[in-house]
Every structure is written in C-alpha cells, then in structure tokens.
Design a protein around this ligand. Sequence first.
Ligand code: NI
Length: 210
Amino acid sequence: MAETDELIESEQDAPPEELEGGRVEELDSETRARRDAALRHVRKLGDPVLRASALPVERFDELLRSEIERMGELMGDALGIGLAATQIGILNRVLVYRADPEEPLTALVNPVLEFSSEETETASEGCLSIPFVHVEVERPAEVRVRARDAQGEELQVHASGLTARVIQHEMDHLDGVLILDRISREARKQAMRDMREAQEVSAGELAGAA
Ligand code: NI
C-alpha cells in the first residue's frame, strides 16, 4: 500500500501500509482538493463523538441507505479504505470498507464479532480521524463477523489480512475505540509527538503557500 501523507512519504524510504489513509503514490491537485474537502467532514481526534458508542440501527430505510452512500463517497474521496459512521458524527453502528480496490464497497450494519483467531498480526495503521499518525497495531489475523447489509439482509464476512484489519479498526470506532488505545503508552506518546510536529510543519507550509 502506498502512502498518502506527503510529509511522511518524504521522511521514510519504505512507507508503512496505511489503513484508512489510502493508496496513492502522488496526488494530483484535483485529487488532493477532493481529499481535503472530504477530510473536512471527518471528525478528528479530540472530538468527543469519536469516543461515543454508536447505537444499533433499527430502521433499514432510505435515510440509512443515503448515509451509507455518503460514507462510501467520503471514504473514496478521502482515499481511505474504511470509514465508520461515528467518524462523520453519526452514532449508528454502520461501517463501510473497501480493502481490495477490485472489490465493491462493503457496508456492515450492526456488525457483531463472531470469531477472532488467536493468531495475531502486527501492521502499521493510520486513521482518517488522526492525521499524520501511523502506529503498529496487533490484531487477530482472522475474523468472522455477522451483520446486516443496507437492505437489512443478514450477511456474514469471514476475513483475513487487510480486510480483517480494516473491519476490526472500524468496529473499534463504533465503540469509541481508537488505534491509540491499542498501543503501548510509549508508542502513544511518540504518536502524539509525531502528530504535533507534522501539524506544525503542515501549518508552516500552508502559511508559506498563502
Ligand atoms: Ni480510523
């Protein structure tokens, strides 16, 4: 997976796999503008809604379907591979993902974890709600999730690899859990330092460009 944050791209020879953050080598100005616009709709670290637990969806109606559609669009525009409803301030147990660009978007409503493997994998994750931060997160390598689709039909997803990872990341969001909660205290401190530094550089670049 390629890296989207130019900052990090220039700092690292081998960019880590980014989770919500995308698969783009170089962003042309239009793609970048669309991404920035989408990211403005995504709640960022510090927003209390990211710490809230979402509620089960009871009505599978047009409103739900339009929310899912909007989430898919925002995720795509933001160059992410997953998005949870809480990230756009909607407290519904809904997530969307597309870990494999060849696959269509998947929406999971009221997802429930039925099985997770004892075997774990550790990989780098980013989050659209936590700009500039990439941390190594250990998670079960394989999961089976029961959920409903946008129409209310039951479905079951058995996933491994990146798909299992993104599903678990987004399910965490529905419970108010962030990647920062999945790492050691030391790693968290480092991540916050990285974020502050990157924000300062970014602010400086913006000032320079204005
Ligand atoms: Ni996230």
